[in-house]
Design a protein around this ligand. Structure first.
Ligand code: NAI
Length: 329
């Protein structure tokens, strides 16, 4: 019995994400929660002849039933950006939404892996952490900020430059999930040594602000949904691959509390500073979630500079999220 609950399942990300998850043989029950429209989405998906049973729940009165006994809770609930907005501009509304969903998860699915897509991820992940602490069910190995879209974008954009096959190109992207906190480690990608400093700077900026290209092209109709659904499904299925099927060597960059692997975090903190609590890092996934935080590897001088530009903003985002719960909201 492997139940996966999508919170925000009727939304721009939630619908295609649920469709992709419906194709997985690893999921036996796909539970769809939203405050609107889930009965229709669930009825539609339930006609697809794959393994999982699909159920839909609408409104907070049905949240307990929707979320209870989940193996994974994926959260793409909340409002997306419009042109001119930063992810931080979404904090007040999405912070409250993520808090309420985290409370339900802590009460009814305390052992689930929680995959947070709702922005600002740099702050919404600390919100989930503090809620789980308040309920006494906190395990840092099980709470993830989904930054996979940054990695997916990086593979696409860099492959266009160096002529590699995008799906085969692994580009580590670390740090956080907004603007300058996104740090692509291009020096570690085979084939990038021929790029000029200017090309590196331009493609780095494109990875950091790639979300804006979509926000502007959609012109007020939201942010990335289809590419995010692809990335969110990849991340969720990788969690299941490692945790349920027991496959070893599954590695994804994801935004976690560094307590998730204190030993592995030592190498990270020696590079990024002792006072950084959360960071997107390469993580080897296992049956309990984070099995090992892997080192960042060698950083070029340019990447060191990106890192120093990222940390102040990231620390501020983390404090903002955590204090939303600890100091009341
Ligand atoms: P959307 O507006 O299309 O869908 C959001 C859904 O959440 C709606 O169906 C809405 O009814 C639902 N919702 C609102 N309050 C809820 C609650 N309390 N409980 C359950 N569901 C609730 O937005 P979209 O485009 O799907 O984006 C969702 C979130 O994902 C946004 O915060 C956006 O910024 C974020 N995002 C994150 C990315 C990442 O890389 N982590 C990439 C793209 C978007």
């Amino acid at each position: 019995m492997v139940k996966v609950t999508v919170c925000g399942a009727a939304g721009g990300i939630g619908q295609p994400l649920s469709l992709l998850l419906k194709q997985s043989e690893l999921i036996t029950h796909l539970s769809l929660f939203d405050i609107v429209n889930t009965p229709g989405v669930a009825a539609d998906l339930s006609h697809i002849n794959t393994k999982s049973k699909v159920t839909g729940y609408v409104g907070t009165a049905q949240l307990e039933e929707a979320i209870k006994d989940s193996a994974v809770v994926v959260i793409p609930a909340g409002v997306p950006r419009k042109p001119g907005m930063t992810r931080d501009d979404l904090f007040n509304i999405n912070g409250g939404i993520v808090r309420d969903l985290a409370i339900a998860a802590a009460k009814f699915s305390p052992k689930a892996f929680i995959c947070v897509i709702s922005n600002p991820v740099n702050s919404t992940v600390p919100i989930v952490t503090e809620v789980f602490k308040q309920f006494g069910v906190y395990d840092p190995r099980k709470i993830f900020g989904v930054t996979t879209l940054d990695i997916v974008r990086a593979s696409t954009f860099v492959s266009e430059l160096i002529g590699a096959e995008a799906s085969q190109l692994q580009v580590p992207v670390v740090g956080g999930h907004s603007g300058v906190t996104i740090i692509p480690l291009l020096s570690q990608v085979v084939g990038t040594s021929a790029l000029s400093e200017d090309q590196i700077a331009k493609v780095t900026h494109r990875i950091q602000f790639g979300g804006d290209e979509v926000v502007q092209a959609k012109n007020g109709a939201g942010s990335a949904t289809l590419s995010m659904a692809f990335a969110g499904a990849r991340f969720t299925l990788n969690i299941l691959e490692a945790a349920i099927r027991g496959t070893s060597g599954v590695v994804e960059c994801t935004y976690v509390h560094l307590d998730a692997d204190k030993e592995g975090a030592k190498a990270i903190k020696s590079v990024v500073g002792d006072d950084i609590e959360y960071f997107s890092v390469p993580v080897e996934l296992g049956i309990n979630g984070v099995q090992k935080i892997k080192p960042l590897g060698n950083l070029s001088e340019y990447e060191q500079k990106l890192l120093s530009e990222a940390t102040a903003e990231l620390k501020g985002n983390i404090v903002k999220g955590a204090s939303f719960i600890t100091e009341g909201s």
